[in-house]
Design a protein around this ligand. Structure first.
Ligand code: 3EB
Length: 412
């Protein structure tokens, strides 16, 4: 591996690896294709909407694969309990024809611009979570090295019983060891603090624990033909530089990826300042800290903060989702550049909120609603990778760029 670059997230793809040639190289040079994603409540009896690259379903029930099998989209079932019903599906829209397939343990779907891929491995096929994580990440790395979509933008990691085990044997910490080994980043001792390798560029990520046993390690990712930019948060020590007290091997991810189209893909963000967990037993204080971290990240990516909402809404949660789906967006002050091509679904911030204790939903939801004018927020019950943390929030923030004032679409 070349010093200073990462196979996961190469500095420069030109001539660096034998990739399949892109079908439409012009796209690589031209205007970046927008990432289009939304949460939508689907009729479980209906087929997936057209033009879907990937559909991420949440909940214990197996909803997607059997019923939606006609679509080439990659369908993913995340076994975390949604805290509001009906639960939306996360839909990643395609741009042009979708091809799907399987390569070893990797299932994938791609269009000409983006690839979504999934590995789900039964844990009992391995001696432990470390070995399972290593196998998953070795397969991911191998796949990505051959891929026509060499730029890994975003990874999600879901595992069972994430806080089980003590000290360095905690399953999350062991998963981090396996992840680094699978990526070929050397043994744990060399990686503590992340400085030994010189590797600095990682995709954004989420690492969350299932609250019921699925017996599987589930890792899925978004990769692109065009590179993104890794963003770090000055309020937080980069995760890959965490000191040894947090485990034998640092977690390898960036705080966010700014994709080529300006979409900010924000990693799971917790109440961590420096490298230390803050506000151990106070979920609202953790929420405030997370909002500060998110605001700092937005600043780093030069995206203006959303305008606070002062009026409480009387709509039910379901109505809010439906209103947003209809494209009504009274709170957002500006339209976004990708509105033009999103077929009547204005680009919006998406947030996914993982709560260790579902009983804390009401106060957290009330607090978040004050800061985010038009979020589509998906609340899930999930365990955070440090046991003192009660809350973690990830996000997708589309490019915000005012259209010219004369454009009639800016008049609301
Ligand atoms: C943190 O900041 C919180 O191991 O992939 C967030 C996002 C966290 C991703 C991962 C872990 C991961 O350290 C935990």
């Amino acid at each position: 591996m070349r010093e200073g670059s990462s196979l996961l997230f190469p500095e420069d793809s030109s001539g660096e690896r034998p990739v399949q040639r892109p079908t439409h190289e012009a796209h690589d040079r031209g205007q970046p294709v927008p990432i289009q994603v939304e949460y939508r409540i689907l009729d479980p009896r209906a087929p997936l909407p057209p033009n879907i690259l990937a559909a991420v379903h949440f909940g214990p029930q197996s909803l997607g694969a059997a019923l939606h099998g006609a679509s080439p989209a990659l369908e993913i079932e995340v076994g975390l309990l949604p805290l509001r019903q009906p639960a939306p599906t996360e839909l990643w829209f395609s741009h042009g024809p979708v091809r799907s397939g399987r390569d070893g343990i990797v299932r994938y779907a791609c269009d000409d611009h983006f690839l979504f891929a999934l590995i789900e491995e039964p844990e009992d096929a391995y001696p432990g979570i470390c070995a399972a994580g290593e196998a998953v990440y070795a397969a991911l790395k191998r796949f990505q090295e051959q891929s026509a979509f060499p730029h890994l933008l975003r990874i999600w990691n879901y595992l069972d019983a994430i806080n089980e085990g003590t000290g360095d044997m905690e399953r999350y910490r062991q998963f981090c060891v396996g992840r680094a080994c699978g990526l070929g980043l050397g043994d744990g001792a060399n990686l503590a603090g992340g400085s030994a390798t010189g590797l600095r560029r990682y995709p954004a990520a989420t690492g969350i624990g299932h609250q019921r046993r699925t017996h599987h390690v589930q890792v899925f990712w978004l990769a692109a033909r065009q590179p993104g930019t890794a963003i770090e948060n000055p309020r937080q020590v980069s995760a890959y530089r965490y000191p040894r007290i947090h485990g034998p091997v640092s977690p390898h991810f960036s705080r966010a990826t700014l994709a080529a189209d300006g979409t900010l893909l924000v990693s799971g963000t917790a109440s961590i300042v420096g490298h230390t967990s803050r506000h151990h037993d106070d979920v609202l204080a953790q929420a405030e800290e997370i909002l500060r971290n998110l605001a700092e990240l937005r600043g780093q990516a030069s995206i203006p903060a959303p305008v606070p909402v002062h009026a409480e809404t009387s709509q039910t949660e379901t109505n809010q989702v439906e209103t947003q789906q209809a494209g009504v967006n009274h709170a957002a002050p500006i339209r976004t550049a990708s509105d033009d091509i999103s077929g009547g679904h204005p680009a919006r911030d998406l947030m996914k909120v993982y709560l260790r204790d579902p009983a804390l939903l009401a106060p957290v939801a009330a607090r978040l609603r004050r800061s985010w004018p038009d979020p589509q927020i998906l609340f899930l019950a999930g365990d955070i990778c440090r046991r003192e943390l009660l809350l973690e929030i990830e996000g997708i923030q589309p490019l915000r760029q005012p259209l010219p004032a004369a454009d009639p679409r800016t008049i609301t």
